[in-house]
Design a protein around this ligand. Structure first.
Ligand code: BES
Ligand code: MN
Ligand code: MN
Length: 467
């Protein structure tokens, strides 16, 4: 079925076991960007990548310091006349809690039922590893690549990429390229190959409600003072109505209506609601009235509480009015919405609806802008062809409700078109216990990447900037 170079194919067939072992080794590094105690591990993962990149044939492999976690850069630029592609991926992962729901330790990955299970297997260390091994196969069989590659692997994606804008600005000179390929998205339900056309952005906040300096006896004081946990519950209740509409004034002001053609394309995708519900163990689906499930999760903005705490959490009873209560609240935003403008509207609303007697403050933890990619770009067309030739069927075009902040930075800060070609699966448990990746997607996807580089190398005449 595959149209890839037989020598590359043979090399990949021979090195399958070593490749898996290397992938597992990479996954054993607990590179959790959010937790300060893992900062050393994040750096260890960066160093691991830089060493590998240099070993397989890239040049200028470097662990670049930033104010927080490092960026790994490498390049190979010896295909004059051929296009230059930036490959972006992230080597940081999400925290592992609730740890008790993992069937095995998150950083002791293993293979079961055709999947590699472990934190980062799919998001995104598995896909970063695919790019390493694809390039390695080309270097090993030909001593060169068919096009010019610049590698940018970051360590803060799961923490809204705070250092990336500064790093991109400072490194403009070595980020000249024709296109960016990002493998941090996935296939459609049912493991259907897909290319992703659009991603939502994100606005991540924390609400802190404070009452008294110390917890109070709820018998002695209950009824006489406002309770921060009750107050927080009221605030949260005022964020969304029962029709799934966000109640922050102005939240929808900049949202463009869905166009009919886009709605028809979404409706034509083979989405099976009962199967979807069963796959996530959900009851009847809920969301904004007037929109389909795919429209709700891909095209419409929304708001969710991601965490909620305060007061007594232990066993048994403890009668207090807690001194404070907290919530992590994030919003998924769509084209034309500006996270900074929305943050101010959100803050004003929370302050406004906070009951008297307690104070609510709102912190901005991070944000990322939405992005739409040009599906008619030659590299997107080549990616579709490479997927079809290796996976045996033409990819569907999807969107995703998730966010990759750097995608928009490449588009607008550096003016580069982005292609979102990912190999994960909706049932990979990304961010959840027992994250996994389908081994066949990993293996075939490596062939897809090799094929894409060959296709782009061949189209040198039409896509090169002529540098
Ligand atoms: N790979 C995901 C983004 C994604 C999710 C793409 C689902 C396609 C489908 C990425 O690592 C991610 O999780 N991003 C975070 C954003 C971040 C700023 C914390 C997200 O979407 O929550
Ligand atoms: Mn990711
Ligand atoms: Mn993620």
């Amino acid at each position: 079925m595959t149209a890839i170079d037989p020598a590359v194919q043979a090399h990949l067939d021979e090195t399958r076991e070593a490749r898996l072992e290397s992938w597992l080794e990479f996954l054993r590094i607990p590179s959790i960007s959010a937790l300060p105690e893992n900062a050393g591990d994040v750096r260890r993962a960066a160093t691991w990548l830089a060493v590998e990149l240099g070993r397989i044939g890239f040049e200028h492999a470097e662990v670049c310091d930033t104010p927080w976690h490092p960026v790994v850069y490498a390049d190979w630029l010896h295909a004059p006349g051929a296009p230059t592609v930036i490959v972006y991926g992230h080597y940081d992962v999400q925290p592992v809690d609730p740890i008790e729901l993992w069937t095995t330790a998150p950083f002791k990955p293993f293979v079961r039922d055709g999947r590699v299970i472990g934190r980062g297997a799919a998001d995104d260390k598995g896909q970063v590893h695919m790019h390493l091994r694809a390039a390695e196969a080309l270097f090993a069989t030909r001593g060169r690549l068919p096009l010019n590659l610049r590698i940018v692997f970051e360590g803060e994606e799961e923490s809204t990429s705070a250092s990336l804008p500064g790093w991109l600005e400072a490194n403009r000179a070595r980020l000249g390229a024709d296109v960016v390929v990002i493998s941090d998205t996935g296939f459609f339900e049912g493991n259907l190959p897909a290319l992703t056309e659009a991603l939502r952005g994100i606005l991540y906040t924390q609400i802190d409600v404070v009452g008294t300096p110390l917890d109070l006896h709820s018998g002695s004081f209950g009824g006489a003072v406002e309770n921060p946990a009750n107050a927080l519950a009221r605030i949260i209740a005022d964020l969304k109505d029962r029709d799934g509409r966000v109640l922050v004034p102005g939240f929808y002001d900049d949202v463009l209506p869905l166009d009919d053609a886009a709605r028809r394309r979404l409706a034509a995708l083979p989405f099976d609601e009962p199967v979807y519900r069963a796959s996530i163990g959900a009851g009847p689906l809920q969301g904004e009235v007037g929109y389909s499930v795919l429209e709700r999760k891909w095209m419409r903005p929304t708001l969710d509480v991601n965490g909620l705490w305060g007061g007594f959490q232990g066993a048994g009873e403890k009668t207090i009015i807690p001194g404070h209560a907290h919530a992590k609240v994030s919003m998924r935003i769509v084209a034309n919405q500006d996270p900074e403008v929305l943050f101010e509207r959100f803050r004003a609303h929370v302050t406004e609806v906070c009951p008297p007697g307690v104070t609510a403050t709102v912190q901005l933890l991070g944000s990322g802008r939405p992005v739409r990619t040009p599906m008619d770009h030659p590299a997107a067309i080549a990616a579709a062809r490479a997927l079809e030739e290796t996976f045996g069927r033409a990819p569907v075009t999807i969107a995703s409700g998730g966010s990759i902040p750097v995608a928009e930075m490449f588009e607008h800060q550096l003016g580069l078109p982005v292609v979102l070609m990912g190999f994960a699966n909706p049932d990979d448990n990304a961010h959840a216990p027992n994250e996994s990746m389908v081994l066949a997607n990993y293996e075939t996807g490596i062939r897809t990447i090799c094929r894409l580089w060959d296709l782009l190398g061949e189209t040198a005449e039409t896509t090169s900037r002529g540098t």
